[in-house]
Design a protein around this ligand. Sequence first.
Ligand code: NAP
Length: 289
Amino acid sequence: MKVMIIGANGQLGSDLCRAFQDTQVIPLTHANIEIGNINSVKGVFNKYRPNMVINTAAYVRVDDCESNRDKAFLVNALGARNVAAAAQELGAKLVHISTDYVFGGEKDHPITPYTEFDLPIPPNVYGQSKLAGENLVTHLCLKHFIARTSGLFGVAGASGKGGNFVETVLRLAKERDELRVVNDQVFSPTYTKDLAKKIAQLITTEYYGIFHITNRGACSWYEFAKEILRLAGLNTPVIPVTSNQYPQKARRPGYSVLGNYHLRLLGMDDMRPWQEALVDYMKEKGHIK
Ligand SMILES: NC(=O)c1ccc[n+]([C@@H]2O[C@H](COP(=O)([O-])OP(=O)(O)OC[C@H]3O[C@@H](n4cnc5c(N)ncnc54)[C@H](OP(=O)(O)O)[C@@H]3O)[C@@H](O)[C@H]2O)c1
């Protein structure tokens, strides 16, 4: 078995490389493959001929996607297509990583977690481009798993975003007198180590389709920040603000909690609460003992 990991030095990709210790891994960075270029993708697939492929690569800067629409669709939609078509040609299984931001664009958002069977309505260009990528994967590669996840934190930090929320909060708490964090965007924070383990388990099955994979529970970014600081023993005040008080280029969903419904139906939803995962992460980073 050969598993090719695209985006191998990214936040999720680096934990995926660790999760496949007993399998032959082909770790590809952006220097090795450009998913937006079909010839680059074909060349790499013909060279390595993997049985399993995990595509974590994406244009992940949510606000920049609003002004760089072409790049968003080139990477997140056409890039996903190029990988899916190449995987299909080899008969390989494909895990494609997607996002909670395919949801939340409707006027009145729900207050119960979205399932894999809910209709996605993306609120921004990033979500639209990721949804287009999902649809292309679904149509082009038979043995596909689409893994939607949210609010990732991992030891490597997101290379596309220059870190992650946990590290940003800890840094700013030491630099500033107070932090202002939005309290009206609710989601499920997810540790990439836990997500990677679940993907490694899922790819050995034939349960193809869409999967929501997040740590259990939900919170707002404000609540997440408070918990990070509590664990770190920092008492910098955190002021809850609304999205209107903290304008960003891309509209964010007020609620984008993903229920791991498909995993639950299969008896495979043993994802731990986000608070436990956060403790584990902060220990691994040396923030707490
Ligand atoms: N971060 C989150 O909170 C979050 C939430 C929900 C879903 N997701 C999804 O999870 C996945 C992984 O996110 P992450 O946080 O691990 O991101 P990341 O750390 O930025 O990793 C993405 C990797 O893909 C590479 N890459 C970017 N564009 C590429 C291209 N056109 N061709 C080939 N490689 C390319 C990046 O390399 P360079 O940096 O060198 O370009 C990087 O190694 C993405 O699909 C994202 O949409 C993320």
